[in-house]
Design a protein. Sequence first.
Length: 286
Amino acid sequence: MHIPVMLHEVISFLDLKSDGLYIDATFGAGGHSKEILRYLNNNGKLIVLDKNFISYNLAKKLSHIDKRVNAFNLSFDHFVLINKKMNTVLYDGVVVDLGLSSLQYDSLNLGFGFKYNSFLDMRLNSSQNIRVIDWLNFANYFDLVEVFSYFGDYKFADYVAIKILKFKKNNFIKTTYDLHMLFIKTFGKVCYNSEKFLSKIFILLRIFINNDVLLFKIFLYNIFNILNTNGVLILISFNSLENKIIKKIFINKFFDKKYFDFKTSFEELDFNFSSKSANIKIFKKK
């Protein structure tokens, strides 16, 4: 069962108006959306977005049940640009959870995690052409170094690129377990058994194949244009790359916004250990 991350903090800091207009920009399994709806009256509205078709289908079903919900099969950056161009609607709050739901992690066809042996796809939008399996098996040295440098460690990226190219001479990388085997041979069992190490590798590949860095930057640079005065933006991030992007854009560029930053509480970790790396940042438009 999927448990929404930092739900108490999200609801508290949104300071929901019963007749307000809100966006859940990453619907996922719908945990944040369903809780937001509990605070809205019949005049309140919730826009829900997800570029993943599985999550969008769940969102669409919710919109059929609850007329306060409008669901779109869109990436959050696309929606913000459309709304900015229309220049007609301002929102009271926006929630973005950059993590994956259990729907994605547990899928045997997507390969987001290493819990099961699953196919290395990693596309959030299935209409996208390139999968991880396609890129990883045909990438050259420079492609590999560029991607594995995302977290700023060139020496690590260089070493990994060389080892991957050597591994690919006699192996085709198709599943998550193939990727495991690659890193067993590259770094040995000590690193292979490190969940943190493997998570970093899978996150890197997911961020790259979905073009998440560019899309997230587009979203961040434009989001305040569609927020009301005193409107709230809530960002839940899970890795250092996402945190760096948020801080670089908002702390440096939008320094006049009210800003709060929290990590997962010990109470939440007791019942939702998957939230262990979550970090929530709250911005309020003046």
